[in-house]
Design a protein. Structure first.
Length: 342
């Protein structure tokens, strides 16, 4: 009588493939130049030092993913940038409180280990960590047959940062008549993709053959770490907000003190081409504003006298510009005017 022999591999999980991926990460980590080499890959946990030049260190932690942008990556078979998105979504939140990113960990869950795909993703994560000047200290890759459809996967990121207690960006630092600046986004970043994909589906658009959408929809999220930390170090920043899910209003109101209001002039906003394309697809302005960043990836709140100095820390494509000011009013955010879409 023949008996079936059951193995983990026959069940859909290939431990050997996973081990090869870990060895790949360890190999590229050892080649990394500079002080922040990844020395913890393959261990059970990561041990890291808190910088000794911070008098009263406070730990800040964030986690996020890239949402259904991974479906765009799957459609066009391009995976080398969503790792940058993954890092960006967490570290851009860390700096809102003045924290300097120290550590990053990733979690990748996939139907079946696909080494070329996973290698592309991890290269993007490493690039994002390099831009953020933080260390990739570990992660987890889970092969989960039966949970995901063929070729499907998800990724999540976890970032830890540190800030001196005296440098924490608290609401009380924001004052009457402070300026609100918009720092341009690189594009959609990693929000609103379910709506974008629905439009593509309804319009029966093949993005593989659409050079504009193929380029725009996979653009990695801009990482604002270096610029914002420079502003904090030079005492030029009173507050800031990362514009992600919920758009401009929902994110800015989170940093506004009681009895103050962020009065924003929508006429001043400079929407990028991708948002103009989206607006043409019968999306109302309110829907655009609460779903997408509309070209504003990050907001800064500064003293008006520091405007010229602040601009010096940004490259040509990401120069901040004034979109509003802080006024005395009980409502946290007041939007005036309309965005000039065309």
């Amino acid at each position: 009588m023949n008996k079936s022999v059951f193995t983990y591999k026959k069940s859909g999980v290939d431990i050997n493939a996973a081990e090869k991926f870990v060895k790949f990460i360890a190999a590229i980590s050892s080649k990394k130049k500079g002080k922040k080499k990844f020395t913890n890959i393959g261990g059970f946990g990561s041990i890291s030092n808190i910088p000794n030049n911070i008098k009263d260190p406070k730990i800040v932690a964030c986690t996020d993913g890239v949402g259904t942008k991974i479906e765009i990556a799957n459609t066009i078979n391009k995976f080398d940038t969503i790792g940058i998105d993954l890092v960006a979504m967490s570290v851009n939140d860390l700096i809102v409180q003045g924290a300097r990113p120290l550590l990053f960990l990733d979690y990748i869950s996939i139907n079946k280990i696909n080494l070329p795909k996973l290698k592309s993703i991890i290269k993007g994560i490493i690039k994002g960590c390099k831009i953020s000047e933080c260390s990739l200290v570990g992660g987890e890759t889970a092969e989960m047959p039966g949970t995901y459809e063929k070729g499907k996967f998800d990724i999540a990121g976890f970032a830890v940062g540190v800030v001196d207690k005296k440098k924490i960006l608290k609401k009380k630092k924001i004052k009457y008549n402070d300026l609100i600046l918009a720092v341009p986004s690189s594009g959609l970043h990693s929000n609103g993709y379910s709506l974008v994909r629905n439009i593509i589906k309804k319009r029966k658009i093949n993005i593989k053959n659409n050079s504009f959408l193929k380029k725009e929809l996979i653009k990695p999220t801009k990482i604002y770490v270096k610029e914002v930390l420079n502003l904090i170090d030079n005492k030029l920043l009173n507050g800031c907000a990362n514009i992600t899910g919920g758009g401009l209003s929902d994110n800015v109101q989170r940093i506004i003190p009681e009895k103050y209001c962020a009065e924003i002039n929508l006429n001043n906003i400079k929407p990028l081409k991708i948002f103009k394309w989206l607006k043409k697809n019968n999306i109302k302005e309110n829907e655009m504003l609460k779903t997408f960043n509309c070209g504003v990836g990050f907001c800064l709140v500064i003293n008006p006298k520091n405007l010229d100095e602040v601009n010096k820390y940004f490259s040509k494509n990401y120069k901040p510009y004034v979109i509003g000011k802080i006024v005395k009013r009980s409502k946290k955010v007041k939007l005036n005017g309309k965005i000039n879409w065309f």
